[in-house]
Design a protein around this ligand. Structure first.
Ligand SMILES: Cc1cc2nc3c(=O)[nH]c(=O)nc-3n(C[C@H](O)[C@H](O)[C@H](O)COP(=O)(O)OP(=O)(O)OC[C@H]3O[C@@H](n4cnc5c(N)ncnc54)[C@H](O)[C@@H]3O)c2cc1C
Length: 381
C-alpha cells in the first residue's frame, strides 16, 4: 500500500541518508558490533551532511525543518539495514525536543550547534538501578546549594549513548519529599567533577550500541544547567515521551519490513523437497500474515507521524503505536528466523541479529505493559 506522507524534498533527503548509510555505516557495522561502539567520526560525518538535528532552527546550526518526517527518514534508513548501534534517533528524536522546548536562548546557543555538527553526543538518563517504569520513585537527588547550583547524587542505568555522551539530560529529585512534583531536569556535561560511567554494559543484542551506567557523586551542576523550571521535570517528560515512542514505532516497523523483505527473497530461493520453501502453504500463510500486519502497522505509524507534525498525536495513540508495532516486530522476526531454518540462527545472517536486536524494543521507551496502562487509563478504566 502506497505511503503518501513524504514529499519530493523528503525523498531527496532520503537519497542522501541512504547513500550515507550504505557508504559509512553498512560496511563497518559488524566491526562496531565487535568493538561495542560506533566511532565519533561517524557523528561528525552525519553532522556535516545535515543528518543530525534537522528540526533545530538554522540559528542554532540545525536543518531548520520543524518536520518530524525528516527524523522519520533517518530512523527508517538506519533500521532498514539493522544499524542498531547508531544512536542518532536518541539524539535527534528524544534529546533535541527537550532542548528546543525548555532550554533558554543561552543554553540553545551553547548546546545545539555542536549537537548539530555531531561534535556533542547526547543521552537522556531517567532509569535507575532501582526503578525504570515508576519514574516518581527515582532516588537521584539534586539539592540546591547556597549559590544556586545543584549537588547531584545517584546513579542511572541502561543509558543509550552513555559512554560517548558529552551532554546528558538527567532526571533528578530536587524535592525528595514530593513525588512527581519533585522532579527536575539537569544537563550534566562531560568533565564535571564526580560524573563517571561504567564500562559498556554487555547486552544480548544491539552490540554496537553504547549502553552504560552513569554515576553522580556530589556533582556540582551550575544553575545555568537547569532545563526549564525546577519541579516541572515530570511534565516535560510526559510531553516528550510521545515523540520518543513514535520514534521507536517508526524504527520497529522499518525493521519488520526489512526482515520480511529479506525473508521473502530467501523463501523464493531456498529449496526443500524440490520446491522453494516459500511455496509451502504454511510459509505462504506466514508471509501473507506478516505482510498484512506490516502494511496495517505502517499506515498507523504514518498517520501518527502526520498527527504528530500537526501537534495532535495523543499520549495514548503514541503508546498504541509503540506497543503494537514493537510486538509485531517481535512476531515478525521470530517467524522470519523460522523460515530461514538453521541459517536463521547464525549471526552472519542479518535476520539472526534482527531477532536479538528486536527484543528490547518491547522494553525500552516504557515497557509495553506500561503502554497498555496508559491506553487503558485513557479509556477511564
Ligand atoms: C538497551 C536499553 C537501552 C535503554 N536506554 C535508555 C535510555 O537511554 N535512557 C533511560 O532512561 N532508560 C533507558 N533504558 C531503560 C528502559 O527504559 C527501562 O528498562 C524500562 O523503562 C523498564 O524499566 P525497568 O528495567 O526498571 O523495569 P521495571 O520497571 O522493573 O519493570 C519490570 C517488569 O514489570 C512490569 N511492570 C512494571 N510496572 C508495571 C505496571 N504498573 N503494570 C504492569 N506491569 C508493570 C514491566 O512492564 C516489566 O515487564 C534502556 C534499556 C535498555 C535495555
Amino acid at each position: 500500500m502506497e505511503r503518501d506522507i513524504f514529499t519530493e524534498e523528503h525523498d531527496r533527503f532520503r537519497d542522501s541518508v541512504t547513500r550515507f548509510v550504505a557508504d559509512e555505516v553498512v560496511p563497518f557495522h559488524d566491526a562496531w558490533e565487535r568493538e561495542g561502539m560506533v566511532p565519533r567520526e561517524l557523528w561528525i560525518k552525519a553532522g556535516g551532511l545535515g543528518i543530525l538535528c534537522t528540526d533545530v532552527p538554522t540559528l542554532y546550526g540545525g536543518g531548520g525543518e520543524a518536520d518530524f518526517r525528516y527524523n522519520v527518514v533517518v530512523t527508517e534508513e538506519l533500521a532498514k539495514v539493522g544499524a542498531s548501534g547508531v544512536g542518532f534517533p536518541l539524539h535527534n528524536d528524544v534529546v533535541v525536543p527537550y532542548l528546543l522546548r525548555h532550554a533558554d536562548d543561552d543554553q540553545k546557543q551553547r548546546w545545539l550547534p555542536p549537537m548539530a555538527r555531531g561534535e556533542t553526543i547526547t543521552a537522556l538518563a531517567m532509569t535507575e538501578p532501582g526503578t525504570g517504569s515508576d519514574l516518581a520513585s527515582i532516588t537521584t537527588t539534586a539539592r540546591r546549594e547556597e549559590d544556586g547550583s545543584y549537588r547531584l547524587n545517584g546513579a542511572k542505568t541502561f543509558i543509550t549513548n552513555g559512554i560517548q555522551a558529552d551532554l546528558v539530560i538527567v532526571c533528578a529529585k530536587t524535592d525528595p519529599d514530593a513525588s512527581h512534583a519533585g522532579l527536575s531536569l539537569l544537563v550534566v556535561e562531560r568533565g564535571m567533577a564526580g560524573f563517571s560511567r561504567s564500562p559498556r554494559l554487555e547486552k544480548i543484542g544491539m552490540h554496537a550500541q553504547d549502553t552504560a551506567e552513569l554515576f553522580f557523586d556530589d556533582v556540582i551542576v551550575p544553575a545555568e544547567n537547569l532545563l526549564g523550571e525546577e519541579g516541572q521535570g515530570f511534565g516535560y517528560l510526559m510531553e516528550a515521551l510521545p515523540q520518543e515512542r513514535l520514534s521507536i514505532a517508526v524504527s520497529a516497523i522499518a525493521g519488520a519490513t526489512a526482515a520480511f523483505e529479506a525473508t521473502l527473497t530467501y523463501a523464493k530461493q531456498r529449496e526443500a523437497f524440490g520446491r522453494p520453501i516459500g511455496s509451502f502453504q504454511n510459509s505462504r500463510f506466514a508471509l501473507a500474515e506478516m505482510y498484512t500486519k506490516i502494511t496495517i502497522g505502517q499506515q498507523f505509524v504514518d498517520r501518527c507521524t502526520v498527527l504528530h507534525d500537526r501537534g495532535q498525536l495523543t499520549i495514548d495513540e503514541a503508546a498504541m503505536a509503540k506497543w503494537w508495532v514493537t510486538d509485531l516486530l517481535g512476531e515478525v522476526v521470530d517467524a522470519c528466523v523460522q523460515l530461514h531454518g538453521g541459517y536463521g540462527y547464525m549471526r552472519e545472517y542479518p535476520i539472526a541479529r534482527a531477532f536479538v536486536d528486536a527484543r528490547v524494543q518491547r522494553i525500552y521507551g516504557g515497557t509495553n505493559e506500561i503502554m497498555k496502562e496508559i491506553i487503558g487509563r485513557s479509556l477511564g478504566v
